[in-house]
Design a protein around this ligand. Structure first.
Ligand code: MN
Length: 156
């Protein structure tokens, strides 16, 4: 790919970008605490031989959907483009909307939850070479579930 990828406002997608499932899922994924619901991933940049150490992805979470509650060494730089979401970052919840920017630091538990009745979409820049997401430990999960704000938002 070179030059411009045109944005199609009707589809809210960039032309020529294949839609993929968010990430691998099977029965064991949920059992290990890495469940997610109604998320699609469109990789705009970085998977096509470009000489860069990062990728640019567009994620979209349908109403009622959520990303995995996870942590990892690599960081996320997120820009919201569509809808309303609740973003858990450690022990904080942030209500976000277009064009809020979110930084997810290394090894901080995080989750993106659609908080509205339209798609919640955001760009996410990450390292191309990155470590695998880990679920919260039992202690971390229990602590988050007891938290007055985070406990209302997290999904599994
Ligand atoms: Mn993540």
């Amino acid at each position: 790919m070179s030059g411009v990828r045109r944005f199609d406002r009707d589809r809210f997608r960039w032309d020529g970008v294949p839609e993929r499932v968010y990430k691998f899922q099977d029965a064991a994924t949920s059992e290990r605490g890495l469940g997610w619901k109604d998320v699609v991933r469109n990789t705009l940049f970085g998977k096509d031989g470009e000489p860069a150490a990062f990728e640019v992805r567009y994620f979209e979470i349908a109403p009622g959907g959520y990303s995995t509650l996870e942590k990892h060494h690599h960081v996320h730089a997120v820009t919201v483009l569509r809808g309303t979401g609740d973003v858990v970052v450690g022990t904080q919840v942030h209500r976000v909307r277009p064009f809020d920017f979110v930084y997810i630091p290394s090894l901080v538990l995080h989750q993106f939850v659609n908080a509205g009745d339209e798609p919640f979409g955001f760009l996410c820049v990450v390292d191309g070479d990155r470590d695998r997401p880990q679920p919260p430990t039992d202690e971390e999960l229990a602590s988050l579930q007891r938290h007055p704000e985070v406990g209302q938002v997290i999904r599994r």
